[in-house]
Design a binder for this molecule. Structure first.
Ligand SMILES: CC(C)(COP(=O)(O)OP(=O)(O)OC[C@H]1O[C@@H](n2cnc3c(N)ncnc32)[C@H](O)[C@@H]1OP(=O)(O)O)[C@@H](O)C(=O)NCCC(=O)NCCS
Length: 175
């Protein structure tokens, strides 16, 4: 089982693997255009020459990166591909000198056994600004935030997540 950097010919397969888990909210939707634009974020894992999983590492800066869009096809589940993907993304984070890796998940036990710890979402303002503040489940989020490494002390140039949340609540109250 081998992980490798994704290339543009993998993009359609990546879109299809992600799409399987979008309807139930397990993964955020990623359009083909978005996947192509960010193909260098992705790694894929191959089993017997066939791509059976993918995952991405979104870089916010040296203080934080996020593991996202991680999935393995149904027939390859339980054979170690998920762990291979996480290891490959952590290696890439290390190569980029990133000091904290975060993720939001409904399966904290899977990531917990790889060393990730649960954290309050507000400790990750970059992620909240990128996705949460425009998410319809903002106030009913069923995902667990997790991190590995050293939590960022502050996100450069970012409003704190609490301030941003209050800003959204005031805007909603006024409308
Ligand atoms: C989660 C997922 C990527 C795991 O992939 P996988 O290839 O089946 O996982 P692995 O075979 O590498 O499992 C590694 C370990 O995690 C455990 N594990 C696998 N899925 C798990 C889960 N849902 N919850 C808890 N532990 C899990 C395995 O038992 C194994 O433990 P072991 O090393 O002690 O034997 C895969 O089930 C998947 O694609 N799920 C749907 C999409 C999804 O939920 N993505 C995560 C979004 S944050």
């Amino acid at each position: 089982m081998q992980a490798r950097s994704a290339t543009l010919p993998d993009a359609i397969g990546i879109e299809q693997m992600i799409q399987v888990h979008v309807a139930d909210g397990t993964l955020l939707p990623r359009s083909l255009a978005e996947i192509c634009e960010n193909i260098r974020d992705f790694v894929v894992v191959e089993l017997d020459g066939e791509v059976v999983g993918c995952g991405a590492l979104h870089l916010y800066g040296m203080h934080l990166a996020e593991i996202r869009s991680i999935t393995v096809t149904a027939k390859a589940k339980g054979k170690g591909a998920g762990r291979v993907l996480v290891d490959a993304l952590l290696m890439e984070a290390k190569r980029q000198s990133v000091t904290c890796i975060c993720l939001f998940t409904r399966i904290p036990d899977f990531f917990g056994q790889m060393g990730f710890q649960v954290v309050d979402k507000e400790a990750l303002p970059d992620k909240m600004h990128k996705d949460c503040l425009k998410c319809p489940r903002l106030h009913a989020c069923d995902e667990t935030a997790m991190y590995l490494g050293a939590l960022p002390k502050h996100a450069p140039g970012a409003m704190s997540a609490r301030s941003a949340l209050e800003f959204v609540q005031i805007a909603q109250w006024q409308s």
